[in-house]
Design a protein around this ligand. Structure first.
Ligand SMILES: NC(=O)c1ccc[n+]([C@@H]2O[C@H](COP(=O)([O-])OP(=O)(O)OC[C@H]3O[C@@H](n4cnc5c(N)ncnc54)[C@H](O)[C@@H]3O)[C@@H](O)[C@H]2O)c1
Length: 342
């Protein structure tokens, strides 16, 4: 007789837009059971409790984790709260923590988070789920099969600001470059208005990235980055791609893909869509817990490498010149950046 497949239990904290997406995808996956909910807002919490029919719900994360002892902890809070929730998940003995981008709010915080995670052996996944879009995958396929020749440059730009969008831009450009290590980053930035936002950021930031495999990365985020007039909403106005010796291939987050290759030009459909992208993102969490070799494409260690690139760009603006990776502890990047831009 076949052994029944394990059902993994899940608690979700932060039940706004993204927490609801997570809870919905979990409740539709037959290998997962939503057992606990948390939000500091009792009205949101109660609405989610009714919607998902979950009895364990609290405004205190430690209570939910302690009462339900889940296998998986998902948190979808705004960027200011990462380290305390990572500590809460580790303390509760979960196997995997899935959380939202950005990875952290400073290099110091990120280093502490990943030290604790490595010591405890808890896996992490960060929501860079756009890559499940058919248009993102198509561009990866075109690059992989050699149709644009030898890749020399990868690029990504978004009109959305740094702490919102740069995490996505760095993750997918690096993916298009086989997640090569990064040697150095040189950055430039302008404007302080967005420092008051919940995704506190310079208004505009650019980064030149030197990958260890010789490829150049070029990233830009915020007001001042090129518009993508083909696409409507700001969070979909991103263009990410690769240039090679025989052509280029690129994805528009909200508007399909296009490529010019040695055999001619092509384009196709696709648009960032949570309903399309969340189920496979969640299924890959199950697959990784079932089999340690099936590492999640959005694993936290890769996301942390990308986060370093973002922090290196900030440090470059402050210190001037190239910043070599890996980064150690230092002055919190956002505060330092705000000081030099003011
Ligand atoms: N991956 C993506 O495509 C994508 C898209 C949008 C937003 N995001 C990211 O998702 C995160 C959340 O964004 P959102 O738009 O869902 O925000 P939101 O404001 O809609 O939801 C956040 C929720 O967290 C709750 N919260 C705050 N502190 C808490 C705590 N200590 N314990 C429990 N709950 C707490 C808030 O009450 C709120 O309900 C952000 O980091 C954002 O950058 C990712």
């Amino acid at each position: 007789m076949k052994t029944p497949e394990k059902i993994y239990t899940v608690a979700v904290a932060g039940l706004g837009k993204r927490g609801t997406h997570h809870a919905e995808a979990v409740s539709k996956n037959p290998r997962l059971k939503l057992v606990g909910l948390c939000d500091i807002d009792p009205v949101r919490l109660d609405a989610a409790k009714q919607k998902f029919g979950v009895s364990h719900a609290s405004t205190e994360v430690d209570k939910v984790l302690g009462d339900t002892k889940p296998d998986i902890f998902m948190f979808c809070t705004l960027p200011h709260i990462r380290l305390p929730l990572i500590k809460a998940g580790i303390g509760a003995g979960v196997k995997l923590i899935a959380y939202e981008k950005p990875v952290a709010t400073s290099m110091n915080e990120g280093l502490e988070m990943y030290k604790l995670l490595r010591e405890s052996g808890v896996k992490t996944v960060v929501s860079h789920q756009h890559r499940y879009g058919e248009h993102y995958q198509k561009v990866k396929e075109i690059i992989e099969c050699g149709a644009i020749g030898r890749v020399h440059t990868v690029y990504g730009h978004a009109t959305g600001w740094m702490m919102h969008m740069m995490s996505h831009m760095v993750e997918y450009t690096s993916w298009y470059n086989n997640n090569s290590d990064v040697e150095w980053v040189a950055g430039q930035a302008a404007g302080i208005e967005k420092f008051t936002d919940v995704h506190s950021s310079p208004d505009h930031i650019c980064a030149m990235i030197q990958y260890a495999n010789g490829v150049r990365g070029v990233i830009e985020c915020g007001a001042g980055a090129p518009d993508v007039p083909e696409v409507d909403a700001w969070w979909r106005k991103c263009r990410i791609g690769a240039q090679g010796t025989e052509g280029f291939a690129e994805v528009l987050t909200g508007g399909g893909w296009r490529a010019v290759m040695k055999h001619g030009a092509m384009s196709g459909p696709g648009g960032m869509d949570y309903e399309h992208d969340m189920p496979p993102y969640i299924q890959d969490i199950v697959n990784w817990l079932d089999d340690p070799k099936q590492i999640h494409p959005c694993n936290g260690e890769t996301a942390m490498k990308g986060f370093q690139v973002m922090m290196a760009a900030c440090r470059s603006v402050v210190q001037r010149g190239k910043v070599k990776l890996p980064l150690g502890e230092g002055e919190p990047e956002l505060e330092a950046l705000k000081r030099v831009l003011s």
